[in-house]
Write a protein that binds this ligand. Structure first.
Ligand code: UDP
Ligand code: MG
Length: 136
């Protein structure tokens, strides 16, 4: 009953470009997440490469890093009980085609690469990713 966590969420360029950031934020808020900090920024490709380093051997790595740095994004620290898992649930599957009803990716995702949101996949990565965007 008392496992409040913080996790990192990113509203990706495809969603910001379609002005979906407020609607997506409302989805988080209506599910009980508190948006502790947020910032709208555009990052350099070199920063995207650092952020997605775990994927550096994957065939989609280069396109992924180009994409994340292609336009403005909204990075947010979300807080809630079991926030890491709760955010992954609300995001839905990586491929919007496989995402469940009621999830952000089902509602807004365009394709596996333009899937509207990022979310930390573990508590440890949440700490690392929050530090990445909000260390100052
Ligand atoms: N991705 C892609 N092609 C793939 C798999 C992943 O373009 O075949 C992109 C997709 O945008 C995804 C990101 O790489 O969100 C990171 O992949 P991961 O497996 O960590 O998915 P996520 O944690 O975002 O659901
Ligand atoms: Mg991931």
């Amino acid at each position: 009953m008392n496992n409040v966590e913080q996790t990192l969420s990113i509203i990706k360029p495809d969603a910001v470009e379609r002005n979906l950031d407020n609607e997506i934020k409302q989805m988080f808020i209506s599910k009980g997440f508190k948006i502790v900090q947020e910032k709208k920024i555009q990052i350099e490709k070199s920063e995207a490469e650092k952020f997605y380093k775990v994927h550096e051997t994957k065939p989609f790595y280069n396109d992924l890093c180009s994409y994340l740095s292609s336009g403005p994004i909204v990075a947010m620290i979300l807080e809630k009980e079991n926030a890491v898992l709760a955010n992954r649930d609300l995001m839905g599957a990586t491929n919007p085609k496989d995402a469940a009803e009621g999830t952000i990716r089902k509602k807004y995702g365009i394709s596996i690469d333009k899937n509207s949101v990022h979310g930390s996949d573990s508590l440890e990565n949440a700490r690392i990713e929050i530090e990445f965007f909000f260390k100052d």
